[in-house]
Design a protein around this ligand. Structure first.
Ligand code: ZN
Length: 572
């Protein structure tokens, strides 16, 4: 167990995975949470549209949780707040744009709690519990991202959040290299950092390159142009608008998330020089070669604008052969199939498709290896803790940190309780970090207004039904357990037509046999009957189709005791 003076780092999400960032720090009986994000599901979690971190550990210490500080406004850093804030009920801190975006999200989710939202300026220190927290301006792929310098009596931790270096970010400023160097000079105990591009050599390009790339591609286009990008990438929206203007084209914005991000950006002073946009209803009035449409749907989301435009089902935007679609985005791992489906549809309709593989129309928001080396040169931490990545990203980041002469690296799993200020065995006076405990973590989801575990019985049953089908069997017995009618069997998702009829016949016989084999006492007992009937229908499904369906059994009792049975009982 930990002690009062331990400076701890405990990731509850985002370590060993990309998404669902939720991190805790502890010192002097005080806890600080950094980010509270969501993940998106994959094929292994059908029927789920959001994954949330399990906060049980900190819920049990809620009275000691001084605050939640957000590094930036991406969904994997703040998206869980509308679902989980009620469980922690602490003040939420963040930069101006981050909070402007959060307010809009909360309003849309009809969130009915009053969250204390406290805006932090860059470079000012805010005391939150035992932590002096300073936001340091960064560049990333959203306005106002920040690293956190977290000061305690036991040392300073630099929590980088998501970042890159970009001298021409188009909106906002480059990462505050001077401030990072000052903090590094004063001494940093540990750096907890972004590993997303730890396997990418060189440097990540600048937003200016994407802007030029977009200008060129749009210049070559003949018909209508539609560009899809991440809604919160306000600098990219600005780049697309400027590229359209350079090519004498008007712009229409399609998609609620884009409008939400743009209104948040305007509120805090960005996007002040935008032209008048074409209202969605007027799109068809603009000559094709004079229009650029910016829309949502970079990841192939079936309900987003791009997917509906691709199949020709969008209410106000239509494309035709010879038009151009630009994906100014990257593929998030796991979404490749959904994206290909939309892109294939465009290609089939002879719409020209341009992705970042064809032209420089996108740059990442995360640092590549050369930038990471530069960051370690500035901050010079004693301990490096790679987060925000899968195991291979974290390993690559750790070995890069070692090559930068960082004395110690610790690769965390979610739930690892890492003490950062353990006294070194050596006489160098340095602290040694060590994993001292493993706390409860997990994945939750939102279903029908409830927060439940992804591994709950209900969702497990739903997945099993999806993959193995379901069988319902009804048996009618008298009080002594003698079958009074042929068992009724129905199935869903096990087989079609003839084979299904064969299955139902075989299952029905198997039920009769199974009940016939039961002893007299067991036959009178509903749960014993249910048990053997369930086994029988599943056994037949397994042998005929290799499936393990969910089985439902209804036992219906009618009439009286069997007279002959009673007689036997009396004799016995
Ligand atoms: Zn981010």
């Amino acid at each position: 167990m930990y002690k009062k003076d331990d400076l701890l780092f405990v990731p509850l999400g985002g370590s060993g995975e990309i998404g669902m960032n939720a991190n805790l720090y502890h010192h002097r009986d005080s806890w600080l949470m950094v980010d509270l994000g969501i993940s998106f599901p994959d094929e292994s979690t059908p029927g789920i549209d959001v994954i949330l971190p399990d906060l049980t550990f900190i819920e049990q210490r809620r009275d000691r949780l001084a605050g939640l500080v957000l590094t930036h406004g991406h969904e994997d850093h703040l998206g869980a707040i509308p679902y989980l804030w009620n469980r922690i009920q602490c003040p939420v801190y963040g930069s101006a744009f981050t909070l402007a975006l959060l307010r809009r999200k909360l309003a849309e989710s009809r969130f009915d709690h009053e969250i204390p939202l406290i805006e932090l300026g860059m470079s000012a220190v805010e005391q939150i519990g035992a932590f002096g927290v300073e936001l340091i301006g960064l560049s990333h792929s959203i306005p106002d991202p920040a690293a956190l310098a977290i000061r305690t009596d036991a040392g300073v931790v630099l929590h980088t959040g998501d970042w890159k270096f970009d001298k021409t970010p188009m909106i906002g400023t480059d990462t505050d290299i001077e401030r990072l160097a000052e903090i590094g000079k004063d001494g940093v105990l540990a750096m907890v950092g972004d590993s997303t591009n730890a396997m990418v050599e060189g440097r990540t390009g600048s937003e200016a390159e994407a802007r030029n790339g977009l200008k060129k591609v749009i210049a070559q286009a003949t018909g209508r142009v539609a560009v899809t990008c991440f809604a919160s990438n306000v600098a990219r929206i600005d780049s697309i608008v400027k590229a359209a203007q350079a090519n004498d084209r008007s712009v229409a914005i399609v998609g609620r998330a884009l409008n939400r991000a743009m209104s948040a950006a305007r509120e805090v002073g960005y996007l002040r020089d935008m032209p008048d946009f074409i209202p969605e209803d007027d799109i068809e009035l603009v000559p094709r070669e004079h229009l650029v449409i910016i829309c949502t749907g970079t990841q192939g989301e079936p309900r987003a604008a791009m997917a509906r435009i691709a199949v020709g089902a969008h209410e106000s935007v239509s494309l035709e052969a010879g038009d151009t679609v630009i994906y100014s985005s990257r593929q998030i791992p796991g979404n490749e199939n959904a994206i290909s489906k939309v892109q294939d549809m465009l290609i089939r309709r002879k719409i020209k498709l341009v992705t970042d593989e064809d032209a420089p129309v996108h740059v990442s928001g995360h640092p590549s290896r050369d930038e990471m080396v530069e960051m370690y040169g500035l901050v010079r931490p004693q301990i490096a803790i790679p987060v925000h990545g899968t195991a291979r990203h974290l390993m690559a980041h750790a070995s890069l940190a070692k090559s930068c002469q960082v004395a110690q690296t610790v690769i965390p799993d979610n739930g690892a309780m890492i003490r950062l200020n353990g006294r070194s065995a050596g006489d160098d006076g340095n602290y040694r970090a060590e994993i001292i405990d493993d706390v409860h973590t997990g994945a939750l989801t939102h279903d029908g207004g409830q927060i439940i575990e992804v591994q709950s019985d209900m969702l497990r049953a739903r997945r099993r039904m999806l993959w193995n089908g379901a069988v319902t069997a009804s048996v009618v017995l008298n009080r002594s357990g003698v079958l009074c009618a042929v068992p009724t069997v129905s199935q869903t998702g096990i087989s079609d037509q003839n084979a299904a009829d064969d299955y139902i016949a075989a299952a029905s016989i198997a039920i009769e046999d199974a009940i016939g084999m039961l002893g007299r006492g067991a036959r009178r007992n509903d749960s014993s009957v249910e048990e053997v009937v369930s086994q029988a229908v599943r056994r037949v499904a397994k042998s005929m189709f290799g499936l393990r369906p969910i089985a439902h059994v209804h036992v219906i009792r009618v009439g009286h005791e069997n007279v002959a049975d009673d007689a036997e009982d009396l004799i016995a």
